[in-house]
Design a protein around this ligand. Sequence first.
Ligand code: E4P
Length: 214
Amino acid sequence: MKFFIDTANIDEIKEANAMGMADGVTTNPSLIAKEGRDFEEIIQDICKIVDGPISAEVISLDTQGMIKEARQLAGIHKNIVVKIPMTVDGLKAVRTLNEEGIKTNVTLIFSPLQALMAAKAGAAYVSPFVGRLDDLSQDGMILVEQIIDMFENYGIETEVIVASVRNPIHVLESALMGAHIATIPFNVLGKLAGHPMTDKGIKAFMDDWNNRKK
Ligand code: E4P
């Protein structure tokens, strides 16, 4: 399973990349807004660090506006994937962009049929938001399971990015289900790497080493 890093923060992206955990990056308008810098400048900086798909989201809500923004974003770097919200206008934009060879990631997917429609329109990626469903007392991972089953039934090549990841269980279940990608916030990446028994083991080895007979 590929790990994307779900952040627009350059220090976090550098750190994840140094660990070999940044196969790609996803951003959204909220993540960009937190950085307080120019959108294009942030995306350009990310492209210099990570050699993989970098999702940058459009702000327009109408088809023509989305297409215009998408062309501009795609012009920044060959690795740009344009994030398009899952709406009827969005589907129309995805179809046109696919014909132009611009890759899209259809975002804010909350039902399996939304994912199927996005794939049929020509999306390279779909992003089901698991954490936000969990917040509503619905099991977000069931959505991922259903999308993977449907795509397998029909040999659909659109890749599933598990998004709105909140904890290590989301990542574990994504891998067990065979999701192509999980996009992981930096704080969750840290939680995946650590284990109290690892820390305890290191301490015991160090104590024994320091108290060895010389
Ligand atoms: C990624 O593509 C999404 O924008 C992101 O995972 C949303 O996460 P959130 O629900 O924690 O905001």
